[in-house]
Ligand binder design. Structure first.
Ligand SMILES: [Zn+2]
Length: 396
C-alpha cells in the first residue's frame, strides 16, 4: 500500500461524525481529534503556521508565487450511517463481481451500474458496518499528499497555498465560522466531490419553508359552523402546491415536504425549496403566499403563519464573475488527458457559501462515490490521479 492511501485510511479510521442536535461548534468534540492530527502533520510537512482555531477549523499556509490558491476539505462525516469503527477493505483489480462487505451487505453492479467504470481498478470499501468517510477524508488526503509532494520536490514551482480543513459541512455549518481573514486566499477549491472529471460550479438556490396552521378546536359534536381542523387545512395547503414540481418529477427544482407534526388543533410542517433559477424559486415563494392568502380568506378564523428562510445560493453568478479557478481546473484536467464535465449539483456545497462571502470556490472530485452510506468506495487510481490534477492546478 502506498503512503497516500495509507494516509487516507489513517484519517478514515478516526470517528468524526457530525451531529445536528448538539448546537455546538464543532457539533461533536471528536472532530478535533482529526484536526489535531492534521495540525501535527502539517507542521511536519513544513507549514509552520498550521493551527486549529477555537471552532475546530484547521488553517495553514505555504509560500509560492502568484495568486494564493485555497484548498478546502471537510473533516466531519455524514449522519446517515455511523463513523465509529471504520475498517476499510481493499479490493485489488476488481473483476466486477459482487463485493461482499459482510454477511448482510454487498456492492453489486446491478445496484450501482455506474461502478462498471471501476472494473480492473483497485477500490477501498467498508466492512459493511460503517460509512467509509471518503466524503471527505479522501479530499483531505489528496491535499496532504500534494503538500507532501511539495516538501519532497523543493524545485517544483507553485502558487502560494491556503489550506482550510473545516468542520460540520454535513450539517450545513461548514461556513459558519469560516474566516476569509484567516484563509487569505485569492480563490479556492473544495475537494469534496465524486468523479474526478467533474468541475462543479453550479448548485441549487436553497430555502427552507415553515408553516404553522392553527385551527379552531371544539368537540366535533359541536363543530357545525365552528370547527376548523388544522390537519385538513394542511392537506388542502399541500394539494394547492404545484404537484409536478416535486423531486420525483422535477429536474430544475422542487419543493419537498420533509416534516409534519401536530393535531387537529395545530399543525406545523416544513419543506425545502430548491431551484437552479432564482426567479423560479421566487415564483414558488409567491405561489406559497398566494395559497396562504386564499386559505386565510376561505377560513378567516384559522391562523396560517409562514416563514421562508434562505439556506444557500447558487454559486454560478459568482463563478462567472471570477472565472480564474474554473479556468485553472479545466486546463489541469485537459493536461491530464481528462475531458472536464461541468456538473450542476442538486444540492449545496460549502464552496457556494464561500463564493457568496467573496472567495470563489468551485468543487472538484476525489474519486469516491456512494457517499453517506456503507456502500461508499474510493477508487485508488482516480484518487492518485486527483493528487496529480491538484499539483497541475497549483503549478507555476
Ligand atoms: Zn462532503
Amino acid at each position: 500500500m502506498n503512503k497516500n492511501i495509507e494516509r487516507f485510511i489513517r484519517y478514515a479510521k478516526i470517528d468524526t461524525q457530525a451531529d445536528d442536535t448538539t448546537g455546538t461548534t464543532p457539533s461533536t468534540e471528536k472532530q478535533k481529534n482529526l484536526g489535531r492530527l492534521l495540525v501535527k502533520e502539517l507542521l511536519e510537512l513544513g507549514l509552520e503556521d498550521a493551527y486549529m482555531d477555537e471552532y475546530g477549523i484547521v488553517y495553514a499556509h505555504s509560500d509560492g508565487e502568484g495568486d494564493v490558491i485555497g484548498l478546502n476539505a471537510h473533516m466531519d462525516t455524514a449522519l446517515e450511517v455511523t463513523d465509529t469503527g471504520v475498517n476499510p477493505q481493499i479490493v485489488n483489480n476488481w473483476d466486477g463481481n459482487d463485493i461482499k462487505l459482510n454477511d448482510k451487505y454487498k456492492i453489486t453492479l446491478e445496484q450501482f451500474p455506474k461502478m462498471k467504470a471501476f472494473i480492473g481498478k483497485d477500490l477501498v470499501v467498508t466492512d459493511g458496518n460503517t460509512l467509509l468517510g471518503a466524503d471527505d477524508k479522501a479530499g483531505i488526503a489528496i491535499i496532504m499528499a500534494v503538500l507532501d509532494y511539495l516538501k519532497e520536490h523543493p524545485d517544483f514551482k507553485h502558487h502560494p497555498l491556503a489550506i482550510a480543513f473545516t468542520v460540520d459541512e454535513e450539517i450545513g455549518e461548514g461556513p459558519k465560522h469560516f474566516s476569509l481573514e484567516k484563509m487569505k486566499a485569492d480563490y479556492a477549491f473544495t475537494i469534496d466531490g465524486g468523479d474526478i472529471n467533474c468541475i462543479d460550479c453550479e448548485n441549487f438556490n436553497a430555502q427552507g419553508l415553515k408553516v404553522k396552521i392553527t385551527g379552531v378546536a371544539v368537540h366535533p359534536g359541536e363543530g357545525k359552523n365552528t370547527l376548523i381542523n388544522a390537519l385538513q387545512l394542511q392537506a388542502e395547503f399541500i394539494s394547492m402546491l404545484p404537484q409536478e414540481e416535486t423531486p420525483f418529477y422535477a429536474d430544475e427544482g422542487y419543493w419537498h415536504l420533509n416534516n409534519i407534526s401536530g393535531s387537529s388543533e395545530e399543525v406545523e410542517f416544513s419543506a425545502i425549496l430548491r431551484n437552479f433559477s432564482r426567479e423560479k424559486l421566487e415564483a414558488l415563494d409567491m405561489r406559497i403566499y398566494e395559497i396562504r392568502d386564499a386559505l386565510q380568506s376561505k377560513y378567516p378564523k384559522a391562523k396560517i403563519e409562514i416563514e421562508i428562510f434562505e439556506q444557500y445560493e447558487n454559486m454560478k453568478a459568482y463563478v462567472d464573475k471570477d472565472p480564474r479557478p474554473v479556468k485553472k481546473a479545466e486546463a489541469a484536467l485537459k493536461a491530464m488527458g481528462i475531458e472536464p464535465v461541468f456538473d450542476r449539483i442538486k444540492g449545496g456545497t460549502d464552496g457556494a457559501t464561500f463564493s457568496k462571502m467573496g472567495l470563489v470556490t468551485p468543487n472538484l472530485g476525489t474519486g469516491s462515490g456512494n457517499h453517506h452510506g456503507r456502500f461508499e468506495y474510493l477508487c485508488i487510481q482516480d484518487f492518485e490521479k486527483m493528487i496529480n490534477i491538484v499539483l497541475k492546478i497549483i503549478e507555476r
